[in-house]
Design a protein around this ligand. Structure first.
Ligand SMILES: CC(C)(COP(=O)(O)OP(=O)(O)OC[C@H]1O[C@@H](n2cnc3c(N)ncnc32)[C@H](O)[C@@H]1OP(=O)(O)O)[C@@H](O)C(=O)NCCC(=O)NCCS
Length: 165
Protein backbone atom coordinates (compact mmCIF):
# COMPACT_ATOMS: atom_id res chain seq x y z
CA UNK A 1 0.00 0.00 0.00
CA UNK A 2 1.27 3.44 -0.98
CA UNK A 3 0.59 6.40 1.35
CA UNK A 4 1.81 9.96 1.69
CA UNK A 5 2.65 11.88 4.81
CA UNK A 6 3.11 15.64 5.07
CA UNK A 7 6.03 16.54 7.31
CA UNK A 8 6.40 19.38 9.79
CA UNK A 9 9.58 20.68 11.39
CA UNK A 10 9.24 18.21 14.29
CA UNK A 11 9.50 15.36 11.78
CA UNK A 12 13.06 16.39 10.91
CA UNK A 13 14.66 13.03 11.99
CA UNK A 14 12.57 11.19 9.39
CA UNK A 15 13.34 13.73 6.66
CA UNK A 16 17.01 13.65 7.62
CA UNK A 17 17.15 9.86 7.33
CA UNK A 18 15.59 9.86 3.84
CA UNK A 19 17.47 12.89 2.57
CA UNK A 20 20.87 11.56 3.68
CA UNK A 21 20.02 8.23 2.04
CA UNK A 22 19.10 10.10 -1.16
CA UNK A 23 22.31 12.16 -1.21
CA UNK A 24 24.39 9.02 -0.56
CA UNK A 25 22.61 6.86 -3.12
CA UNK A 26 22.10 9.36 -5.95
CA UNK A 27 24.80 12.07 -5.71
CA UNK A 28 24.54 12.55 -9.49
CA UNK A 29 20.96 13.80 -9.14
CA UNK A 30 21.22 16.71 -6.72
CA UNK A 31 22.82 20.12 -6.47
CA UNK A 32 23.40 19.53 -2.74
CA UNK A 33 26.02 17.03 -1.64
CA UNK A 34 26.14 14.53 1.20
CA UNK A 35 29.23 16.32 2.56
CA UNK A 36 27.23 19.55 2.94
CA UNK A 37 24.74 17.77 5.21
CA UNK A 38 27.15 15.69 7.25
CA UNK A 39 29.49 16.58 10.11
CA UNK A 40 29.08 20.23 11.06
CA UNK A 41 26.34 20.54 8.41
CA UNK A 42 24.21 17.89 10.12
CA UNK A 43 22.41 19.97 12.73
CA UNK A 44 18.89 19.78 14.09
CA UNK A 45 18.17 23.48 13.50
CA UNK A 46 19.30 23.17 9.89
CA UNK A 47 16.95 20.24 9.23
CA UNK A 48 14.15 22.10 10.98
CA UNK A 49 14.81 25.17 8.82
CA UNK A 50 14.64 23.00 5.70
CA UNK A 51 11.19 21.80 6.79
CA UNK A 52 10.06 25.33 7.66
CA UNK A 53 10.37 27.08 4.29
CA UNK A 54 7.37 29.43 4.21
CA UNK A 55 4.64 28.15 1.92
CA UNK A 56 6.38 24.83 1.25
CA UNK A 57 4.95 21.32 1.25
CA UNK A 58 7.27 18.47 2.28
CA UNK A 59 6.11 14.94 1.61
CA UNK A 60 7.33 11.44 2.21
CA UNK A 61 5.94 8.32 0.60
CA UNK A 62 5.41 5.14 2.62
CA UNK A 63 5.21 1.77 0.91
CA UNK A 64 3.58 -0.82 3.15
CA UNK A 65 4.35 1.47 6.09
CA UNK A 66 8.04 1.94 5.26
CA UNK A 67 9.34 5.42 4.31
CA UNK A 68 10.72 5.02 0.77
CA UNK A 69 10.59 8.39 -0.95
CA UNK A 70 10.42 12.14 -0.58
CA UNK A 71 9.67 15.30 -2.53
CA UNK A 72 8.86 18.93 -1.82
CA UNK A 73 6.94 21.73 -3.41
CA UNK A 74 8.37 25.17 -2.63
CA UNK A 75 7.21 28.59 -3.80
CA UNK A 76 9.26 29.42 -6.87
CA UNK A 77 10.66 32.68 -8.05
CA UNK A 78 8.00 34.49 -9.97
CA UNK A 79 5.04 33.06 -8.06
CA UNK A 80 2.47 31.68 -8.89
CA UNK A 81 4.99 29.03 -9.85
CA UNK A 82 5.87 26.16 -7.54
CA UNK A 83 9.19 24.35 -7.67
CA UNK A 84 9.39 20.57 -7.31
CA UNK A 85 12.59 19.66 -5.45
CA UNK A 86 14.31 16.88 -3.47
CA UNK A 87 12.65 14.06 -5.42
CA UNK A 88 14.00 10.61 -4.53
CA UNK A 89 12.73 7.06 -4.29
CA UNK A 90 14.65 4.26 -2.57
CA UNK A 91 15.98 1.86 -5.26
CA UNK A 92 14.13 -1.00 -3.56
CA UNK A 93 10.84 0.80 -4.18
CA UNK A 94 11.43 2.06 -7.73
CA UNK A 95 9.25 1.10 -10.67
CA UNK A 96 6.14 0.86 -8.48
CA UNK A 97 4.67 4.28 -9.15
CA UNK A 98 6.07 6.00 -6.03
CA UNK A 99 7.62 8.74 -8.17
CA UNK A 100 4.34 9.17 -10.03
CA UNK A 101 2.48 9.43 -6.75
CA UNK A 102 4.82 12.08 -5.33
CA UNK A 103 4.70 14.23 -8.47
CA UNK A 104 0.91 14.03 -8.62
CA UNK A 105 0.62 14.99 -4.94
CA UNK A 106 2.90 18.02 -5.28
CA UNK A 107 1.09 19.08 -8.48
CA UNK A 108 -2.30 18.76 -6.77
CA UNK A 109 -1.14 20.72 -3.73
CA UNK A 110 0.37 23.43 -5.97
CA UNK A 111 -2.82 23.76 -8.03
CA UNK A 112 -4.90 23.98 -4.84
CA UNK A 113 -2.79 26.88 -3.57
CA UNK A 114 -3.33 28.71 -6.85
CA UNK A 115 -0.09 27.96 -8.66
CA UNK A 116 -0.39 27.96 -12.42
CA UNK A 117 2.86 26.17 -13.15
CA UNK A 118 5.19 23.57 -11.68
CA UNK A 119 8.91 23.82 -12.40
CA UNK A 120 11.91 21.70 -11.63
CA UNK A 121 15.59 21.40 -12.38
CA UNK A 122 17.13 18.11 -13.44
CA UNK A 123 20.70 17.14 -14.26
CA UNK A 124 21.02 16.89 -18.04
CA UNK A 125 22.29 13.30 -17.89
CA UNK A 126 19.58 12.08 -15.50
CA UNK A 127 17.57 10.39 -18.21
CA UNK A 128 15.42 8.28 -15.89
CA UNK A 129 14.13 11.27 -13.96
CA UNK A 130 13.73 13.27 -17.16
CA UNK A 131 11.62 10.48 -18.68
CA UNK A 132 9.44 10.41 -15.56
CA UNK A 133 8.93 14.17 -15.74
CA UNK A 134 8.14 14.05 -19.47
CA UNK A 135 5.56 11.37 -18.78
CA UNK A 136 3.93 13.86 -16.41
CA UNK A 137 3.81 16.57 -19.06
CA UNK A 138 6.93 18.55 -18.13
CA UNK A 139 8.76 20.10 -21.08
CA UNK A 140 12.09 21.83 -21.40
CA UNK A 141 11.78 25.57 -20.77
CA UNK A 142 15.04 26.32 -22.56
CA UNK A 143 15.97 28.51 -19.57
CA UNK A 144 19.52 28.09 -18.26
CA UNK A 145 19.57 26.18 -14.97
CA UNK A 146 22.22 26.31 -12.25
CA UNK A 147 25.80 25.79 -13.32
CA UNK A 148 27.12 22.23 -12.85
CA UNK A 149 30.28 21.51 -10.85
CA UNK A 150 32.25 21.24 -14.12
CA UNK A 151 31.62 24.97 -14.56
CA UNK A 152 30.32 24.42 -18.10
CA UNK A 153 27.07 22.42 -18.14
CA UNK A 154 23.84 23.58 -16.61
CA UNK A 155 20.84 21.94 -15.00
CA UNK A 156 17.86 21.47 -17.29
CA UNK A 157 14.81 23.53 -16.28
CA UNK A 158 11.49 21.84 -17.02
CA UNK A 159 7.95 23.05 -16.39
CA UNK A 160 4.35 22.06 -16.78
CA UNK A 161 1.14 24.00 -16.67
CA UNK A 162 -1.20 23.13 -13.81
CA UNK A 163 -4.30 24.23 -15.63
CA UNK A 164 -5.45 20.65 -16.18
CA UNK A 165 -4.47 19.14 -12.77
C1 LIG B 1 13.61 9.25 -10.74
C2 LIG B 1 12.96 8.45 -9.61
C3 LIG B 1 12.45 9.42 -8.56
C4 LIG B 1 11.79 7.63 -10.18
O1 LIG B 1 11.13 6.98 -9.11
P1 LIG B 1 10.15 5.72 -9.35
O2 LIG B 1 9.34 5.55 -8.13
O3 LIG B 1 10.92 4.56 -9.82
O4 LIG B 1 9.23 6.27 -10.47
P2 LIG B 1 7.95 5.53 -11.03
O5 LIG B 1 7.75 4.22 -10.38
O6 LIG B 1 6.83 6.48 -10.92
O7 LIG B 1 8.33 5.31 -12.53
C5 LIG B 1 9.54 4.65 -12.90
C6 LIG B 1 9.27 3.49 -13.85
O8 LIG B 1 8.42 2.54 -13.25
C7 LIG B 1 7.28 2.30 -14.10
N1 LIG B 1 6.13 2.06 -13.27
C8 LIG B 1 5.39 2.97 -12.62
N2 LIG B 1 4.41 2.35 -11.94
C9 LIG B 1 4.56 1.03 -12.16
C10 LIG B 1 3.88 -0.12 -11.72
N3 LIG B 1 2.81 -0.03 -10.90
N4 LIG B 1 4.32 -1.32 -12.12
C11 LIG B 1 5.39 -1.42 -12.94
N5 LIG B 1 6.09 -0.37 -13.39
C12 LIG B 1 5.67 0.84 -13.01
C13 LIG B 1 7.15 3.55 -14.85
O9 LIG B 1 6.44 3.35 -16.06
C14 LIG B 1 8.58 3.91 -15.10
O10 LIG B 1 9.08 3.13 -16.15
P3 LIG B 1 10.17 3.71 -17.15
O11 LIG B 1 11.31 4.21 -16.29
O12 LIG B 1 10.52 2.54 -17.98
O13 LIG B 1 9.46 4.80 -17.85
C15 LIG B 1 13.98 7.46 -8.98
O14 LIG B 1 14.55 6.67 -9.99
C16 LIG B 1 15.06 8.13 -8.18
O15 LIG B 1 14.90 8.42 -7.00
N6 LIG B 1 16.23 8.37 -8.81
C17 LIG B 1 17.36 8.96 -8.13
C18 LIG B 1 17.10 10.38 -7.67
C19 LIG B 1 16.65 11.27 -8.79
O16 LIG B 1 17.08 11.14 -9.94
N7 LIG B 1 15.82 12.27 -8.44
C20 LIG B 1 15.35 13.26 -9.37
C21 LIG B 1 16.09 14.53 -9.14
S1 LIG B 1 15.63 15.78 -10.35
Amino acid sequence: MLELRTLEADDWPLWRELRLAALAEAPYAFGSTLAQWQGSGDREERWRARLSIPGAHDLIALLDGLPVGLASGVPGEGAPNVELISMWVNPMARGKGVGDYLIQAVARWAAERGATGLRLSVMPDNLKATALYERHGFTDTGKPGDLLPDGVGRERVMAKSLAAV
